[in-house]
Design a protein around this ligand. Structure first.
Ligand SMILES: Cc1cc2nc3c(=O)[nH]c(=O)nc-3n(C[C@H](O)[C@H](O)[C@H](O)COP(=O)(O)OP(=O)(O)OC[C@H]3O[C@@H](n4cnc5c(N)ncnc54)[C@H](O)[C@@H]3O)c2cc1C
Length: 493
């Protein structure tokens, strides 16, 4: 039997970040990951010799001194990362009605670029970016400094993203352009909080980068930090039970066999899945369980990887957001409404794309018929569904002028069921719990639970994504190390 100071469930970004921080601070930690490869949504995998990313296409706030860069620097991984700064003149491009609108990097350039298309909306654009910066500061930096949402943070969490955009401008097309990246946070009209919109867009406008050679370099580098400081990272280690003794978690069972004890535990597994693994205890009230069980999740993603023939598709150092409908917000009744197209950087100087990734929002209901199946054994009708969906998405992008006919060697696809089975996220939800500005207190979980030695971390707590998860990892670790101490260490006190 092994024993640790802290056992961390799940070896995705959150689990490895918490482990790296706590190991650096002298604790004996162990990360348990169910899959053969660590990384969760940060994992990169190979097919036909090409590297594919599971769930990270770009990251923001990565210029020296910006928030994510500062956090990664504290964790000791910045010099291990190979990054490519995206096109400053248009890192994200919103494609509507046959036109392409550019999001430029840096706030002045962002305003100037869009003002060329909307000359009468300069003041509206200035107001928009001022608010975004304010949200970035109060929500992210204050969260880090004080370990709680600032009043400002809550204000933005309880304000609607779509209402904010409507307040900024009367121009219907500009409204669609500013909401053009809603897929980044599973945006739903009159539900998604301004906080998510502001924090994510602020971070990308500040400094957007792609990883050269796969996003797994982040989680691999974090695992190296854990090991360097005496911690352990174990793959093929599925937690099958959290053992409760009285009012504390005492141990975990791994693969139903191995028994591992620890003083404290952090779960980065989806909270609905975590509670299913936790022994029944009166300390976790039924009302808490009911609340978590009832929390809605974000939609899933159908991902298509086009493995291109060499030298056929020019490399785009930007992402495209294609929209088909007038309304750019998610509509669960319309399965072919938008598509995010991103390419992977294989070297710092890419002339041609190696892999083109197409991501389409997909409701769970679409794949529900196969929910009792597992990977590789879902049947011919599921394969037919994937083939048909792929054809429809390729037709959709062709209507936007992007024709990959004759350029593709292989096509790999994944559905929300793939994500569900791979990361154990309920219904393969792309970004975990859905956030709703009408009930901010009900959709944000605390890292603390009623069990005094059992904590949560990961994308379900606050905001998902590289930045949201990293901030949350710090908040969870602050429970062990103290907020002031950690803020000082990161450089924000
Ligand atoms: C398609 C897609 C595209 C995305 N694109 C971007 C992007 O471009 N930029 C960005 O910033 N964010 C993006 N995101 C979001 C980002 O990837 C996630 O928010 C983040 O990686 C989540 O990290 P996590 O550690 O909280 O969860 P996860 O990565 O899900 O990690 C949880 C880990 O727990 C493991 N686990 C589950 N159950 C068990 C068990 N019983 N025992 C042991 N281990 C277990 C899982 O295998 C997994 O490794 C994207 C997400 C998706 C789905």
């Amino acid at each position: 039997m092994s024993r640790y100071d802290i056992v961390i469930a799940g070896g995705g970004l959150a689990g490895l970040e918490c482990a790296a921080i706590l190991a650096k601070e002298g604790m004996h930690v162990c990360v348990l990951e169910k899959n053969p490869l660590i990384g969760g949504c940060f994992q990169s995998f190979r097919r036909f010799g090409k590297l594919l990313d599971t769930g990270i296409h770009y990251v923001g706030s990565m210029d020296e001194g910006q928030l994510l860069h500062t956090i990664f620097k504290y964790m000791g991984i910045t010099d291990k990362l190979r990054l490519q700064r995206l096109d400053e003149e248009g890192f994200d491009r919103i494609c509507l009605d046959g036109k392409e609108y550019r999001y430029a990097m840096g706030y002045d350039r962002f305003v100037e670029t869009l003002a060329q298309e909307f000359p009468h909306e300069q003041a509206a654009l200035r107001h928009y970016v001022t608010q975004l910066q304010e949200i970035g500061n109060t929500s992210s930096v204050e969260l880090l400094r004080r370990g709680i949402f600032s009043d400002g943070g809550y204000k933005y969490f309880s304000h609607s993203a779509s209402a904010f955009i409507e307040e900024c401008t009367q121009d219907a097309t500009l409204r669609r352009v500013l909401a053009g990246t809603v897929q980044l946070y599973g945006g739903i009209n009159d539900r998604s909080p301004l906080y998510c919109h502001g924090m994510i867009n602020n971070s990308y406008i500040s400094g957007a980068y792609r990883f050269v050679g796969g996003s797994a370099q982040v989680t691999d580098a974090l695992a190296d930090v854990v090991r360097k400081y005496g911690g352990e990272v174990c793959n093929n280690s599925r937690i099958t039970r959290f053992v409760v003794d009285g009012t504390r978690v005492k141990a975990v069972y791994v693969n139903d066999e191995e028994y591992i004890e620890a003083d404290r535990f952090i779960s980065t597994i989806h909270p609905q899945a975590t509670l299913a693994l936790l022994d029944d205890t009166p300390t976790i009230k039924k009302a808490y369980k009911r609340r978590i069980a009832a929390m809605p999740n974000t939609y899933g993603i159908f991902t298509i990887y086009l493995l291109t023939k060499p030298g056929t598709v020019p490399y785009d150092n930007f992402n495209r957001f294609l929209h088909m409908r007038n309304d750019v917000w998610y509509d669960e009744h319309n399965d072919m409404q938008s598509c995010l197209i991103s390419q992977q950087a294989v070297s710092p100087h890419n002339d041609y794309a190696d892999v083109v990734t197409l991501l389409t929002p997909t409701p769970y209901d679409e794949v529900k018929a196969w929910e009792n199946t597992c990977v590789e054994h879902r049947g011919d009708d599921y394969l037919a569904y994937k083939e048909q969906k792929t054809r429809r998405i390729l037709d959709f992008v062709r209507r936007h002028g992007l024709d990959y006919e004759g350029c593709i060697d292989h096509i790999i696809t994944s559905s929300p069921l793939t994500y569900r089975d791979y990361t154990a996220t309920t219904q393969g939800a792309a970004y975990g719990f859905e956030k709703n500005y009408k009930s901010p207190h009900l959709c944000v979980l605390s890292s603390r639970t009623h069990l005094p030695n059992f904590y949560f971390a990961g994308q379900n707590l606050n905001v998902h994504g590289a930045l949201g998860v990293s901030l949350t990892s710090l908040l969870t670790c602050a429970e062990f190390l103290g907020q002031d101490y950690l803020a000082k260490k990161v450089g924000y006190a």
